[in-house]
Design a protein around this ligand. Structure first.
Ligand SMILES: [Zn+2]
Length: 557
């Protein structure tokens, strides 16, 4: 909590605003900062508790008519997670946004509650936007902010958490939520109230054009306080991926340096810690990571990873500046972004409605370097060999510029033909509910139909030695056999000719590495009651367009 006299607060406010803007025209004059975040007031020794965040939001509401608060979800421990809506005029509900020229941008912080810069920076951002003499960005954007997405993890603040990072001295929260789940691995299985709330109350309800997810890095050494990534999975729309990777984020990085004085570099770790020259490698392609999941939904998304060895103040201000640079871009390029998204949705629908043999869906990937190398302001590292184990790697104080191949291009190694529809013969209510929860349209056959389909014949079913995120995940291997088969009335039909068609494929492909099979959705249907071998997979692929007599599965069905 805050312990400082008003004069200190005022002087500090000046320092913070100046540092935050770094010589750029200030969004707020110093004496107009009427209240501070916990980070600011504690000279960046502390981070906000849940009650502090609610208190800060309440103060913003008193100062501005352009902010409203919705509930994103109720956490496992019963905390209402706030979703700030900022707009001028304030849309009272998203349906009123139809035909509205403004772009919706969603900023999320604290998904890992030990990584708190985004929480502090997004609150500062909301204040800077709302309390500027003319509110910033609001002629072009509606801005949603979830400053404390993992509220339960945040309340476990301790100096013992994330001890390797440079502050805040008074501690941070923990990575998992109240169910001990990593929320940045929950986008596909939706086991947590936080992710269910995010999908229902933000992604499906507000349909933001861009999602920004704020984190802190875990290990690599460099001087840039900000790192970032775009969605990596190549099953997302290729134009959106390329736009973010080749145009938007390079432009944001440039503006971040030139306008805000903050250095940034694409997110990564050394491809080989023993030899840094080998390259810089990004994270994984899996859509269980929120950034990739949003990409699979044909929307833009940015991963922000603030550099954990920079001091807390530098991290918060770096994150604040990154958010500013991103919003600047969205404000200037709203029409372009809207056009990309519309084209991506239309392309997905078109391909799904008449898939050709060339329309492929990737199942396995190979990570290749991008054509352009990445420049990192790093340090010379000392490699100390150790008997019988990995060498010890130590950072020296000697700065060194690395120009490295950047392993961030996920190229399909094994692909499969995109089907017209998936037919699910179990009608399992949990499975149907999960597919629908993502926002995917689900139908069922109104009458029996005889169809030529591909059936997945399981050859191998493997579980790991230890559970992962509460699951004994299932890895299926096998092959598709073409057969003609009678499907009874009531068979669940999921067409890929819908805006979320790529997500539907990822969820329903039996060999998918992050789908419903992997997360145990179909386990009880895979092996016979007695004897050995496997049952046929209850999900069939209908390759060619056929007129299907179906009815929609409605809410509550
Ligand atoms: Zn994180």
């Amino acid at each position: 909590m805050i312990h400082s006299n008003p004069n200190t607060v005022k002087r500090l406010a000046l320092a913070v605003v100046l540092a935050g803007a770094l010589g750029v025209s200030l969004p707020l004059a110093a004496d107009q900062v009427p209240f501070q975040t916990v980070a600011e007031a504690s000279q960046f020794q502390s981070t906000s508790r849940y009650a502090d965040v609610l208190d800060f939001i309440a103060k913003l509401k008193k100062q501005s008519p352009y902010i409203r608060v919705e509930t994103l979800c109720r956490s496992a421990e019963g905390r209402d997670v706030p979703l700030i809506v900022i707009g001028k005029p304030l849309p009272d509900r998203p349906e009123r946004m139809r035909g509205d020229g403004r772009l919706v941008v969603y900023i999320q912080a604290n998904i890992h509650a030990g990584e708190v810069e985004g929480k502090e920076a997004s609150l500062m951002l909301a204040r800077a936007i709302l309390l500027a003499p003319t509110p910033l960005y609001l002629d072009k954007l509606v801005i949603l902010i979830a400053p404390i997405f993992n509220a339960d993890g945040n309340e476990r603040i301790s100096v013992e958490n994330r001890r390797d990072q440079a502050g805040p001295a008074n501690g941070v929260g923990v990575r998992p939520n109240g169910q001990n789940l990593d929320l940045n691995r929950d986008s596909m299985k939706l086991d947590s109230p936080e992710l269910r709330g995010l999908v229902a109350n933000v992604l499906n309800r507000w349909d933001p054009a861009l999602v920004v997810d704020c984190h802190t890095t875990n290990g690599s050494y460099h001087q840039e306080p900000v790192t970032y990534s775009w969605p990596l999975n190549p099953n997302g729309d290729p134009d959106i991926l390329r736009y973010q990777r080749d145009r938007m984020l390079p432009a944001v990085q440039k503006a971040l340096g030139e306008k805000y004085g903050t250095l940034a570099v694409p997110f990564g770790d050394p491809a080989d810690w023993r030899d840094l020259e080998k390259g810089w490698a990004t994270f994984s392609h899996h859509p269980r990571y929120l950034t990739n999941y949003v990409g699979l939904r044909n929307r833009l998304s940015i991963l922000d990873e603030n550099y954990s060895y920079a001091d807390f103040k530098t991290r918060v201000l770096g994150c604040f500046n990154l958010l500013r640079a991103i919003l600047d871009h969205c404000q200037a390029r709203g029409d372009e972004i809207r056009g990309l998204i519309k084209a991506a949705d239309e392309r997905t629908v078109r391909i799904g409605n008449a898939p050709s043999p060339e329309d492929a869906f990737a199942l396995e990937y190979e990570v290749k370097p991008l054509p352009d190398k990445v420049t990192i302001r790093g340090y010379e590292m000392e490699v100390i060999p150790r008997e019988g184990t990995w060498p010890e790697i130590k950072k020296t104080d000697k700065e060194k510029i690395y120009v490295l191949p950047y392993f961030a291009d996920f190229v399909p190694k094994k692909s499969i033909r995109r089907p017209y529809a998936y037919l699910v013969t179990t009608a399992d209510p949990d499975v149907v509910a999960l597919i629908r929860r993502h926002g995917i349209a689900v139908e069922r056959l109104a009458a029996p139909a005889r169809l030529e389909v591909e059936a997945f014949q399981i050859a191998e079913l493997k579980a790991p030695a230890r559970p992962y995120q509460g699951h004994w995940t299932s890895e299926l291997k096998g092959e598709y056999l073409t057969e003609e088969r009678e499907f009874p009335a009531g068979t669940v039909v999921v067409r890929t000719g819908q805006p979320l068609g790529s997500l539907a494929c990822y969820l329903l492909e039996p060999a998918s590495d992050d789908g419903l099979f992997y997360w145990n959705g179909f386990d009880r249907y895979l092996v016979p009651q007695w004897g050995r071998g496997f049952d046929k997979c209850p999900v069939y692929r209908l390759l060619l367009p056929v007129k299907l007599g179906t009815e929609k599965i409605a809410a509550g069905d």
